[in-house]
Write a protein that binds this ligand. Structure first.
Ligand SMILES: Cc1cc2nc3c(=O)[nH]c(=O)nc-3n(C[C@H](O)[C@H](O)[C@H](O)COP(=O)(O)OP(=O)(O)OC[C@H]3O[C@@H](n4cnc5c(N)ncnc54)[C@H](O)[C@@H]3O)c2cc1C
Length: 411
């Protein structure tokens, strides 16, 4: 009689883009336990729409247990506090100990303040649904304050960081002000300034120069004050201090300027490289062949010797890849190096304004905007979220309104 092989125990830390994909991809040949501090997965690319009142917070969060239904994958809500490498087990903050044959670390990334004074205290990060709701509440609360004034008092909102998140957010704030807030109270809306501050010489440095220039022009058309070559030195409660330049007023500062590997990784006793876990090209952690790291937390370099970007496609591809690698270990076949397939990038600036770049192919304006909408709707998890998002977007599009302007951070 043929002996059935026992399924390996795999523990995956983090149920984001990488972790959830990996869990589903190995469910048929492994006993998988997925761990996350939240009971939902956040669709980070649309988070900025929650903070700018375009989408309800529920629509960007998908219950992990719902995503795993019928997959056979177990879920634990909690955080890892240590790894026992001798006994191959991970301890969670609930005190539960999970034993594993393979451990996959997919903890993502966190906001980095580059050690600049005041960022942590006086700026808002944008890494979670909670952050997004807090920003929305703060902006709407300041707007309500401004509505009391009939003089020339100005409210300044500044987004620091000219990458996709900063660009999308600044554009969405400008549209919020020009549309819904203007209809709510025109005098107050006319006294809101939106700044986008970037240390480098151009926005969206990963896109080609012509698309960067187009983005700047589109943002300026929306009324955003774009400040390039403007390196932040410090943030104070009402001001952004700039290196070698004039300070910029800012009552609400959003920090979209930097990310680093999720600090929880430091508790796992694994080798780190520049805040990320040091991995081989196979995605195995250096010197720990039974531990793997994927997504934002994995410090892996591409052909150009630079770290792979912290973007969802890298995490999704590595999630599937790590499942195949673990299967290769079980089948005793040689492991392969991970190769990232870059399918291009896109960013939206506002209604009918977006850019798409796939190698030398470029798309701008209305077709790019529809491509952006379609792709984000496609990748959003869960029918409930897709329908809810489509409903919010249709409402926003047809009425020029935004129905999610609630102040709901504290009740
Ligand atoms: C605001 C924003 C917008 C973005 N927009 C885009 C975009 O438009 N396109 C794009 O391609 N990429 C975008 N990204 C980047 C993209 O979301 C990430 O590259 C991707 O999510 C990485 O996947 P991951 O699985 O490594 O991490 P994540 O998807 O972040 O998942 C990490 C998981 O680990 C969990 N976790 C973290 N710490 C702990 C802990 N201590 N205990 C337990 N669980 C923990 C988290 O809750 C999370 O579920 C954006 C990121 C942000 C923040």
């Amino acid at each position: 009689m043929q002996k059935t092989l026992e399924k390996p125990r795999v523990v995956i830390l983090g149920a984001g883009f990488g972790g959830l994909t990996a869990a589903k991809a190995m469910a048929d040949f492994a006993d998988v336990t997925l761990v996350d501090r939240h009971n939902f997965q956040t669709f980070l690319p649309l988070l900025y729409q929650v903070s700018t009142a375009g989408l309800a917070a529920d629509h960007v969060a998908h219950p992990i247990r719902g995503a795993l239904r019928k997959s056979g994958v177990a879920f634990r809500m909690g955080s890892p506090i240590s790894v026992d490498h001798k006994n191959k087990s991970v301890k969670l903050d609930s005190s539960e100990i999970l034993e594993f044959d393979h451990l996959v670390v997919a903890l993502g990334s966190a906001t980095s303040d580059f050690g600049l004074p005041g960022v942590h205290e006086h700026a808002f990060g944008m890494k979670s649904v909670h952050d997004a709701i807090t920003i929305r509440a703060e902006v709407m609360r300041r707007f309500e304050d401004l509505c009391r004034f009939e003089d020339e008092t100005v409210l300044s909102i500044a987004v620091v960081g000219g990458g996709p998140t900063g660009v999308e957010m600044a554009g969405a704030f400008a549209e919020l002000v020009r549309g819904p807030l203007k209809n709510d109270q025109a005098h107050a809306a006319a006294h809101i300034d939106i700044y986008l501050i970037e240390a480098g010489p151009r926005l969206l440095p990963s896109f080609s120069a012509s698309l960067c220039a187009r983005t700047k022009k589109d943002l300026e058309k929306l009324g955003v004050k774009v400040r390039l070559n403007t390196a932040v030195a410090a943030i104070t409660p009402r001001m952004i201090e700039v290196k070698d330049g004039e300070s910029i007023p800012s009552e609400v500062t959003i920090w979209a300027a930097g990310v680093q590997g999720e600090p929880t990784a430091t508790k796992l006793n694994l080798p780190l490289i520049d805040t990320r876990i040091d991995v081989e090209q196979t995605l195995q952690v250096k010197n720990y062949p039974y531990i793997w790291a994927i997504g934002d937390i994995a410090g892996i370099k591409g052909k150009d010797k630079r770290y792979l970007p912290m973007v969802a496609p890298v995490a999704l591809q590595q999630g599937k890849f790590v499942a195949r690698q673990i299967k290769r270990v079980l089948e005793a076949t040689p492991l392969l190096p991970f190769a990232y397939r870059d399918k291009g990038s896109m960013a939206t600036i506002g209604r009918h304004k977006a850019i798409v770049e796939v190698k030398s192919f470029k798309l701008v304006g209305i077709p790019a905007w529809y491509a952006w909408l379609f792709l984000h709707l496609f990748y959003l998890l869960g029918g409930h979220n897709k329908i809810g998002t489509l409903a919010d977007w249709t409402w926003n599009y047809l009425t020029f309104d935004r129905g999610n302007r609630h102040i709901m951070d504290s009740m």
